[in-house]
Design a protein around this ligand. Sequence first.
Ligand SMILES: *Cc1c(COP(=O)(O)O)cnc(C)c1O
Length: 384
Amino acid sequence: MHTLHQDLGVPPAINASGKMTALGGSVLSEAVITAMSEGARHHVVMADLLAATGREIARVTGTEDGCPTTGAASGVAIAVAALVAGTDLSRIEALPDPGDAPCEVILPRGHSVHFGAPIRQLIALGGGRPVEVGSANKVTKEHLSGAIGPRTAALLYVQSHHAVQKGMVSLAQTIDVGREHGIPVIVDAAAEEDLRHWPTTGADLVVYSGGKAVGGPTSGMICGSARHMEACRAQYAGIARPMKVGKETLFGLVRALRDYGADSPGGHHDRMEKLAARLAALPGITTRVVSDEAGRDIHRTELAVDPESAGRDAAQLADELAAAGVYLRDHHASTGRLYVDPRPLNPDEEEQLVGHLTTLLEGSKGHQRLESDKGPAGLEGGDL
Ligand SMILES: *Cc1c(COP(=O)(O)O)cnc(C)c1O
């Protein structure tokens, strides 16, 4: 088992934090692994494979066409590039210099997120100039329309728990503004689970990750009109070249898309209730089940850590678990709360998690941590 893991000194991690890039995205199904090895065994005409994968993306998203990418991050850069340079080869080859093409990408300030990298940088990589409007917690329709001018290339809407959820202009309003001014709207729906919903909102280009909700290999996709998708794929002769998708990945993505939703586990509510009841017995821990802040059908067990009776605060507890190879969702550790995300965690790993927590909390009255016990730094700026 795990021979290469051992050789490299990088053992498998127990992931209770979500679909995190820092923990390798998704664990792949046997069917996806088989598809990737099938793809790896032969040469193919890559342009044909990209187009065929685009048709699969179109089918599952209910759109005209699709463009496969290495991830949602490159999807945002490529979508912007497509709107700045279109299919004009000299413009494509000049990016990220947009020349005299309209290149401003307007986004609500509360959507200027960092998901592991800043979204502003991806806009710039695609030749766009980010124009943030409004304030971090207050953006209206008027802020968007007021910023539109002859240099505007796109509106960008980030559908994510990373974005500010209150006080923001809605997607419907953003699309209205786009329609009124003839400006296309890009939606970054990287981690969203409903692949058909976001294109029906009227968004022109929708970007998803293939390695998050879909459970595919490290990959992503853009979907939308045939004209926009042709322009997206054309960027592989330009800024998208260093983001090229391999044949193995395309095979794996297609398999994952075909299987997606077939055995949907639902929101894991009952499973998290059971876990919450067990963990509530530990000293210093109060639990409850909470639903996803971005409205997806995900339930998580929240552990509120009382530093007094637990003997350490939430961030320390997360570090100690990480040192044992167990990663909880720690976006809110500074407020004393950790979460167990059920999606990447199998039942056996869930038992190991309970075991490690029990050992740490019940065996540690007066426990003195050695400097060398310090776990790796937290998984900062995690994905979803
Ligand atoms: C994760 C994420 C991305 C990047 O997706 P990758 O597939 O890892 O490239 C982009 N935007 C948002 C909002 C994300 O959550």
